[in-house]
Write a protein that binds this ligand. Sequence first.
Ligand code: FES
Ligand code: FES
Length: 155
Amino acid sequence: MSKTIKINGVDQPIDVDESMPLLWYLRDRLEFTGTKFGCGSGLCGACTVHVDGVATRSCILPVSSLVGKSVTTIEGLSKNGDHPLQKAWLDNNVPQCGYCQAGQIMNAASFLASNEKPTDAEINNAMQGNICRCGTYQRIKKAIKSVAYDLAKEV
Ligand code: FES
Ligand code: FES
């Protein structure tokens, strides 16, 4: 039986060299191009996806380590781009060039899932590894805070 990884809810066969990093598998094999290549060394966060719900850098993760695991990319975060963070990103005009933003949103989504009422310091700490060469950090933080505020109101 062939090995598979569940990607955005669908079992996908690992029919590539198993040392291939997940990022290449996503972009070149499955054509999920929302996840971006930045540094290729685990340093910038552009390639962030969720592995079993946890923000993970796909550029340094061989597909062999993901057998039986569940991966979510920006394409699978919501059905119609209507995740609260995606709406907040639009409301706050967050992106500039946009290149880093899928990774930013995936990191923020994983973070908020584990901390619905973060402090400013916790947001800064959680997001500090995601680099934005356009410097959209203040708008990113504002968008995350707006979602956290809405979540807090629901409790
Ligand atoms: S491309 Fe993966 S961390 Fe930079
Ligand atoms: S919006 Fe351009 S790199 Fe972040």
